[in-house]
Design a protein around this ligand. Sequence first.
Ligand code: PMP
Length: 289
Amino acid sequence: MKIYIDGEFYDKENAKISVFDHGLLYGDGVFEGIRFYNGRVFRLEEHIDRLFDSARAICLKVGLDKAAMTKAVLDTIRFNELRDGYVRLVVTRGSGDLGLNPNLCPKATVFIIASKITLYSEDKYVNGLDVVTCATRRIPHGALSPMVKSLNYLNNIMAKIEAQIAGAGEGLMLNEQGFVSECTGDNIFTIKNGVIYTPPISSGALAGVTRNVVFEIAAEMGITIQEPNMTRYDIYTADECFLTGTAAEVIPAVKLDTRPIGDGTPGPLTKKLIARFRELTVTTGEPIY
Ligand code: PMP
């Protein structure tokens, strides 16, 4: 495996960054998780755009422009001779001193790892995930914009720990007002009477790239999507439920807090969305070679 760090490729053992990097010291940085399928990078432009928006939101100068960053991602996959896998693209504030001051970090660090990933086993796509509600609430917009895909993921990690203790596949996160926001690493959708619902971005959800793909698939299929404020009531009473994320793709959720959603099995519309999503992943995207 060859890892990109600031324009050079390193073996895994030698891929190292400084202990003075503020990405490590403070979680000061941004990242993207990107998938490639069948020799094509899925939604690369959207991921690069979100990365640069995240960086701008935290006053982080990336040091590369979008074209150079796109090339670096493609080069990293090519260098590793992969056709299917996952890219982790990270931009940190760079090395500084032990204080918080980001102005003392003269240059951002960029690193890119291209690898394989399996988040959930195929069985979960067939039988669905159990989800539990976490006590840890989503970070409010007033503290740190949940739109920023920052290296500071402790909020989600604390919720993930709760989900794991409960033996669930994913954890549902509510915002400070008690409205449904998202899961620890995925967006959430329900289906009721043929209409798809998902919480609005203002709820604290990340503007997921996969979430957007579901909007496009729904438009293509002529299905309405609405983004109302949602509570757990809406999930308990939904006909179907599914989660979306780059790593998770589109995956059915069949229980919330041990209560079956609908009949407790993946619903027919969810299955259709999964099939169409999978078709798009292997037939669209930026060619790598
Ligand atoms: N919410 C959170 C908190 C995430 O970390 C992610 C990405 N894993 C998502 C939602 C889904 O976003 P995307 O579809 O862009 O991967």
